[in-house]
Design a protein around this ligand. Sequence first.
Ligand code: GGG
Length: 368
Amino acid sequence: MNESGKYTIANIPGDGIGNEVIPQGQRVLEYLAELSEGKFEFEFTSFPWGSDYYAEHGLMMAEDGLEQLKAFDAIYFGAVGWENVPDHVSLWGLRLAITQNFDQWANIRPVHFYSGVKSALNYHDLESLDWVLIRENSEGEYSGFGGRNFTGRGPGKEIAVQSSVFTEEGCERIIRHAFEVARTRTRKKVTSATKSNAQQYGMVLWDEVFDRVSKEYPDVETERWLVDALAARFVQRPDTLEVVVGSNLIIDILSDLGSALAGSLGIAASANLNPEGRFPSMFEPVHGSAPDIAGKGVSNPIGAISSAVLMLEHFGLTEEAALAHRAIEQAVSDGNVTADLGGTLDTTQVTDAILANIAALQPALAKA
Ligand code: GGG
């Protein structure tokens, strides 16, 4: 916790259902602050950036947007992507503009298997599964180097080059982070997701760094898997996974697979961390803007609320984070969920149930 107990949060709901779920996470944070009786408080500032902003201003965020964001303790982000802006323009103009420029190099994506949620996995002990996927978030396939040329040669003759960049420092810091996370867990195991048989430069460097760093963590079990075989293992041997670390694109894909296997993309949380604290970190649900359900009030707020829980942990408010997490678990096991999880509640009603659970669990916590 910081000394003043006051945390400034920049809300960027962005596009589509980002505008529905971020206010729900804010409700939970505000309620916890109210219960703390002055121990801590949050001050929210909302930024209207996203695809609508682009339609008006030709930019996804204000020109001095990064300068404005620097002053905050954290960023709470919804989703980006809408039909009026090409996806690569909206992603690079907002989410990636923030993660790359603020060097939020560690993207933590827990995959939690909630009791009471129907999983696509045919596994006898789903509740024992609890993975953390760790995504390198600053380079790799998302380095943004490349170009297109030769359109002048006529139809069918254009070329495009997209280069991946793997730096030894970039690989080392995220791999080391994964080992540190593994050390906090009961089963200490890190799986490295790689594709070094085909990507013989960048991913061979990745593998070499993984092997070198792993020697410093003899207490942590390690393994390296080619991502194609690893994707199959997510389905066939889910019990063998614990902490999985990989490049930007690989973990982006595996984390969608993981949360779909855990029941829904709507429950997946993430933290984009700048662990050195030079810049604010950013917390966001893994899901996107979901145009198919946007505006209907039925989006699942759990991914966004769980991302707010990760923010609480980042602030050192660990008891409050645990309380909110238990309140979410309770709502899910009571069936107080949206349609993606087989329920009938709308977005606001799910949050109402979570707030009621916090109220009910809070006295027990105070006595503990
Ligand atoms: N809240 C996450 C979000 O909006 N994601 C949009 C997206 O397309 N992300 C791609 C990526 O993170 O690689």
